[in-house]
Design a protein around this ligand. Structure first.
Ligand code: DQA
Length: 149
């Protein structure tokens, strides 16, 4: 099984930005964490990060016929991007939404997620562990789909 982890704008600033919300670990630590999760779960994990909405749309389109699952933290584009929602719908790849912080207990605008309606699950407020939960959810979904559950 091949999973693509997509991180949106400003997540390359982890370890620098708002540490009281996002923690001390940097983006490279997140990539290492996701790769280790992949090894533990027996799935191939690739990571992609961009600050640009169109580049994220391109990455989702290019995942078609290549990846079996997508983990996406669209960051600020979560709350604004119909284009990312449409891209996930277009490729029909099982996708899980992740946020490091508890988006529901922050500003009102962070409660809105466009991509959520195209996702099989959402994990928020668990920090890096949310990415592990997302990978496990995709693995479970893949097994159940193959078994016709
Ligand atoms: C975030 C939450 C978003 O509201 C915010 O814009 C981000 C990060 C998170 O991981 O908690 O950049 O997606």
């Amino acid at each position: 099984m091949k999973i693509l982890v997509i991180n949106g704008p400003n997540l390359n600033m982890l370890g620098i930005r708002e540490k009281h919300i996002y923690g001390n670990r940097d983006y490279n630590a997140l990539v290492s964490f996701c790769k280790e999760c992949g090894e533990k779960e027996g799935v191939d994990v690739d990571c992609f990060q961009s600050n640009h909405e169109g580049a994220i749309v391109d990455a989702i389109q290019e995942a078609y016929d290549v990846y079996d699952g997508i983990v996406i933290n669209p960051a600020a584009y979560t709350h604004t991007s119909v284009a990312i929602l449409d891209a996930v719908k277009a490729v029909s790849i099982p996708t899980v939404e992740v946020h490091l912080s508890d988006v529901d207990s922050r500003e009102e605008f962070r409660k809105i997620s466009y991509v959520r309606q195209a996702c099989i699950a959402t994990f928020y407020g668990y920090g890096f562990d949310g990415y592990l939960m997302a990978i496990q959810a995709l693995k479970k979904h893949s097994t159940e789909t193959k078994q016709g559950v």
